[in-house]
Design a protein around this ligand. Structure first.
Ligand code: HEM
Length: 223
């Protein structure tokens, strides 16, 4: 029993569960951010800033936020550890690398894709989360911290918008392999379910990044 907690099966299961939790977070985060483009003018500013206040002050949401931070750290630490371990177990690559014949490009580059997603999250949190919590951000006409204007102004810069779009493409590749391999870890990728699992993985990997990428593009075009 004790050795199970030190096994790579346990670590892989934890990496999968934290990854799946982060996907749930992404759906919620996306729904909140879509207010930036589905509403307009004063209504968007008032509603988005009230939403941001609720998200940073409601005790239940705060617990979910701490769970999100913990999941990001746990997921990154476990997956990097597992990648290093499997590299150590096979220090020399297969003599004949079949390349795309037996594995996808995303699956062969997961550590690099994961590091790039992590870099995006760090830069993103410095820009918005840090400023919202610890920065000197101005108030809107209703007396709330004006995260809306900060976000709209950020995406006036073409290169910042481009950085988000490129990061979302990277996130898409990371999700494409990550979700499918997560189902495999949980033992669900049996012959019977392989079709639906590939469809679900593909849909998530396209839908989430595309919907996130549309937000900075629209805000930039409106600026
Ligand atoms: C259009 C794209 C996005 C926009 C406009 C956006 C906007 C924001 C804003 C305004 C905040 C600060 C709100 C707060 O502190 O509660 C925030 C927090 C955050 N964002 Fe994003 N975001 C985007 C995409 C993403 C993506 C793709 C990820 C992850 C891969 C991500 C991860 C996070 C995390 C982890 C936080 C902190 C959440 C918390 O404190 O609970 N965001 N985002």
């Amino acid at each position: 029993m004790n050795s199970y907690f030190y096994s790579s099966v346990f670590r892989k299961t934890l990496a999968t569960l934290s990854g799946f939790f982060l996907i749930v977070f992404l759906f919620g985060h996306l729904a909140g951010n879509l207010q930036l483009v589905l509403l307009s003018g004063d209504v968007a500013q008032k509603q988005f800033n009230e939403y941001a206040l609720f998200m940073t002050s409601n005790p239940a949401v705060k617990i979910l936020s701490y769970l999100t931070y913990a999941s990001i750290l746990l997921h990154a630490a476990l997956t990097l550890f597992l990648a290093i371990q499997s590299k150590k177990a096979r220090p020399i690559d297969y003599e004949v690398s079949a390349g795309s014949a037996n594995s996808s490009w995303a699956s062969r580059n997961m550590p690099m894709l994961g590091i790039l997603v992590m870099l995006f999250i760090l830069i993103h949190m410095k820009s918005f989360w840090y400023e919202m919590h610890f920065g000197t951000i101005g108030n809107d006409p209703w007396g709330h911290k004006d995260l809306y204007t900060m976000t709209v102004v950020a995406f006036q810069k073409w290169w910042y918008t481009a950085f988000y779009v490129i990061s979302m493409v990277i996130l898409g590749f990371h999700l494409r392999h990550g979700v499918e391999s997560g189902f495999q870890t949980l033992g669900l990728k049996t012959r019977k379910y392989i079709g639906p699992i590939q469809t679900i993985s593909q849909t998530i990997a396209i839908l989430i990044p595309a919907a996130f990428a549309i937000i900075p593009i629209i805000l930039h075009l409106q600026s």
